[in-house]
Design a protein around this ligand. Sequence first.
Ligand code: ADP
Ligand code: MG
Length: 337
Amino acid sequence: MSAIHELPAVLSNQISAGEVIERPASVVKELVENAIDAGSHEIDILVDEAGLKMIEVIDDGSGIEGNQLELAFHRHATSKIGDRKDLFKVNSLGFRGEALPSISSIADVEMVTSTGGEGQAIHISGGKLISQKPAEARRGTDVTVKDLFYNVPARLKYMKSLNTELSKIVDIVNRLALGHPQIQISLTHNNRELLRTAGRGDLRQVIGSIYGMNKAGKMLSIDASDADFKVSGYVSLPELTRASRSYMTILLNGRYIKNYELSKAIIEGYGSKLMVGRYPVAVLNLQMDPLLVDVNVHPTKQEVRISKESQLSGIITEAIRNRLSQQNLIPDGLTNL
Ligand code: ADP
Ligand code: MG
């Protein structure tokens, strides 16, 4: 064995990338989350060949100061948390400072950004800084990722068909859009627009853009709360169900999470009204004090630990059960689409 030594940054970033960036959809997720955290009103996502050729995310958010731009690509460099106590009350989608260094260690990345004044462009490829120079830019950030996994052949081989990779991208963009109805989000693949939300803050409209206006009009609104949690959103009538669980979206303080217990709580709200093997379409926003949530469980931040989870499950089940048992099952949103 050779002596212990610290790994060079490029290598440790590639190791992080192994966890954070599993496939093109992970790049889309991380870049769009950054755009959301930057306070954007409009986010355009352009993808070629299911993201394996190119992924571009354009936002109108805060931008990055030129003198900080290179630092943004360092591991664990973040503007989102400062000290230990911030880690227990994360308000942003990002906080680990891993996405940009990870992505730029396994792809070719160009970022053009401006905070309002003169812009800066940076080009990093395979973890190496190629150039940084002033550039024309409006306020916001434009990131282009090309040749993903070009230097990680094993990962590239592991990619599924273009259709599968694209469906993962569409899925994550849908969930991010559902979590942020106030942001106008578009997704374009090989020059074909697949999604465009209105950005008017109307969740039912976003559900309509994704699942179709007809279905969105037939969903029931949910609103419930107690001292710790606030639950809102829409659930489908028992008649309008799917054969897959994947039409249930749970958003915790705007973050799309995967949580078996809470999904079960949704299904339990339907009780015997659901046929075996059928699942509802549901989009639930859960609002709570960030102190009640540990988001630092997994690098992709889709798994979280919630204190008082069973209390929350109870509210969800009750809210859905009550709504479905209301005699008049006429959907309440047919008029405002
Ligand atoms: P994290 O999001 O966990 O902080 P990232 O590696 O994703 O880590 O990004 C590093 C930093 O770069 C962010 O903290 C943020 O300050 C800045 N940044 C990244 N993307 C954008 C963007 N689209 N707009 C503004 N700032 C950004
Ligand atoms: Mg990030």
